[in-house]
Design a protein around this ligand. Sequence first.
Ligand code: HEC
Length: 164
Amino acid sequence: MKKGERGILIGIGLLVVISVGIKGYNYANQTEDEKDKGIPYYSTASKELAKQARVLFSKYDCHDCHSLWTKRSITQSVPAPSLDGQGSLKSEEWFYQYFSAENPQDIIPTRLKAEFKMPSFAMIPVEDRKTLAKYMASLKVEDWYLEETKKRAYEKLTGKEYKP
Ligand code: HEC
């Protein structure tokens, strides 16, 4: 290795050490409010329920339109609300009624074309609807992100600005 090259390598090494050091210093000096609070979404579902729900989500193509666990929906053009944190906004009973409705748009009106709106799942087995409802109710959001979750859902559903 030439002398000049070694100098450059040492220089880069020093820069890395300094920037990591500054980052660590900044982090240690953040107030509680500034600290990265991480992902606000979690589920209270058992492993078994989560597994069943995953099978149903793929069977009934929920991910075609909805995102969950930051997995984006495949059809990005469908502005369906994200399912993250939904269980903090509605009850298991509500989800069951919604999935069982012949016309879900009687419960939540749509602003989309027919092919993009929430389909009726009234024809699928009761057990599947119950499992889906139970799992939906388990999808919670931390309190500090509840308002933001409400806002996002409202704006997706109505296309209007959310005013609490
Ligand atoms: C063809 C696209 C599509 C598919 C497939 C679909 N949805 Fe939806 N869903 C929507 C849309 C769009 C809405 C918003 C209401 C509307 O426009 O009809 C919605 C609304 C919802 C809501 C209410 C959300 C809120 O903010 O109140 C829940 C819960 C939901 N869907 C769950 C599911 C589940 C679970 C599945 C799979 C079993 C599923 N959806 C499959 C498009 C879809």
